[in-house]
Design a protein around this ligand. Structure first.
Ligand code: HDL
Ligand code: ZN
Length: 440
């Protein structure tokens, strides 16, 4: 669990809040983590390396996280190191270069850099090693299953919610051939970006998988699309369906005859309502503005809150989990949540997952929504990131909450430990657990 920061250690309210926040188990409502049954490119004690495996872990993955790749190319010009040369390097060579350029040639002050150091320290490792050799030996000696349990214990995670991309061949194959098996530590999520971003392509893919579907979205195709969704919700025991959508995503209402609107209105939302499952919309990622950076090449754009408004209003029997990528969207999203009880907002997503923005956004949400939101998710892509992402977020959230309770106490209202514990459990666990409850 995270330790109190120095900032408010003398203030009794802050001490109480920090202790409660540090010890509250978390349901992490969005990650890109997977149980070992989905394979891992890193062997580890007693396990074969699986180059197409989905679970990323260990020091080389921590250092080649796409956030750090973007930061590397801030300091190494493509003239000196071409993108192509970098991508031809081995993961270890990439990690060695990033360690040198971002952690030794410069102070690792960015959130993604500091996170690596926080994690190493929490494992009891010295974060000042000039090379990665000692870290590599330490990680290679870990038994992966026990390592997952240890990471979850250090980070205070009760449940890890996956991102199961049914359109990813490496992942889909593992669920179909039975090699991917349920793991009580991980909750499944059906990720269906392509259905809403590229219906013609998705229709052709469904047809190739044996569903009678074609681009015209007639009654038979809609029935087959519902069957496809139901098949995968059941196979994954999905707790929600999710899609990442571009800033220009627009739902224009009942008369919107565009494919994504019909997919939403005639197939996805009716099925999710029937199953009592939320739809998670993550809006604002403008993909691949610099394709040469790979996963690091995506950009942020302001989303159309009116589209989210229409969906919440038009589908009152559906539950929506929404996070928006742009800082400029955050206030209107919080205000929208005041208008619709079927909308739960979550997380400080991606470029918002920095202490200064977590503080700003969480304070605003507490002031507008009380405790009726999910303040954070990790979005971890590498197992051990759970440790720093939750340590850093807990510290910020505790400071913000302490301020709120101090202001509350100043009214004369009694701020009891029980009340704080109840609130923190809602924020860090129960709100996410309720949204992930398969009975709705
Ligand atoms: O689409 C998503 O789920 C995003 O979180 C992307 O995976 C993004 O690349 C990311 O890792 N953000 O933190
Ligand atoms: Zn994500």
């Amino acid at each position: 669990m995270s330790r109190p920061s120095d900032s408010q250690s003398l203030d009794p309210v802050a001490q109480t809040v920090r202790r409660i926040v540090a010890s509250q188990a978390v349901w992490d409502v969005h990650t890109h983590l997977y149980p070992p049954t989905l394979g891992s490119p890193l062997a580890g004690a007693g396990r074969e390396a699986d180059p197409q495996g989905l679970l990323l872990w260990g020091i080389d993955e921590l250092l080649t996280y796409h956030y750090l790749v973007a930061e590397l190319f801030r300091v190494v010009s493509p003239e000196r190191l071409s993108y192509a040369t970098f991508w031809r390097m081995s993961k270890r060579e990439q990690a060695d270069l990033i360690w040198q350029r971002l952690f030794w040639d410069r102070s690792p002050v960015s959130e993604a850099c500091r996170g690596v150091l926080s994690t190493l320290t929490r494992f009891g490792l010295d974060p000042n090693e000039p090379t990665l050799d000692r870290y590599r030996r330490w990680f290679a000696a870990q038994d992966l299953n026990r390592h997952i349990d240890r990471v979850m214990e250090l980070a205070g995670i009760e449940r890890i919610t996956m991102t199961n991309n049914v359109f990813d061949d490496h992942e889909r194959r593992r669920w179909l051939d039975g090699s991917a098996r349920p793991d009580r530590r991980f909750a499944g999520v059906l990720r269906i970006d392509r259905l809403l971003r590229d219906w013609p392509g998705a229709a052709a893919q469904l047809a190739a998988w044996g569903y009678q579907s074609d681009a015209d979205l007639g009654p038979r195709t809609l029935a087959e699309l519902r069957r496809f969704l139901a098949d995968w919700i059941d196979r994954l025991t999905a707790v929600y369906c999710a899609a990442s959508l571009p800033p220009e995503f627009c739902y224009a209402g009942q008369d919107d005859a565009r494919p994504h609107a019909i997919v939403l209105r005639e197939a996805l939302l009716p099925l999710l309502s029937e199953r009592g499952l939320p739809l998670a919309m993550m809006i604002g990622c403008r993909a691949a503005v610099n394709p040469a950076l790979g996963d690091a090449g995506d950009m942020v754009g302001k989303a159309d809150i009116a589209s989210v408004t229409r969906l919440c209003a038009e589908f009152p029997e559906n539950r929506f989990l929404v996070t928006l990528l742009s800082r400029e969207n955050q206030h209107e999203l919080a205000v929208l949540a005041r208008k619709f009880g079927n909308l739960t907002i979550f997380g400080c997503w991606w470029f918002l997952n920095t202490p200064s923005l977590i503080a700003e956004i969480t304070r605003m949400r507490l002031e507008l929504l009380g405790t009726s939101f999910i303040p954070q998710h990790s979005d971890a892509r590498v197992l051990e990131q759970l440790v720093y992402k939750w340590d850093h977020s807990r510290q910020v959230m505790a400071d913000v909450l302490a301020d709120q309770y101090r202001q509350l106490a100043a009214t004369g209202w009694t701020v009891s430990e029980e009340a704080v514990a109840r609130d923190v459990r809602r924020l860090l666990r129960d709100n996410a657990a309720r949204m992930s409850a398969r009975d709705g």
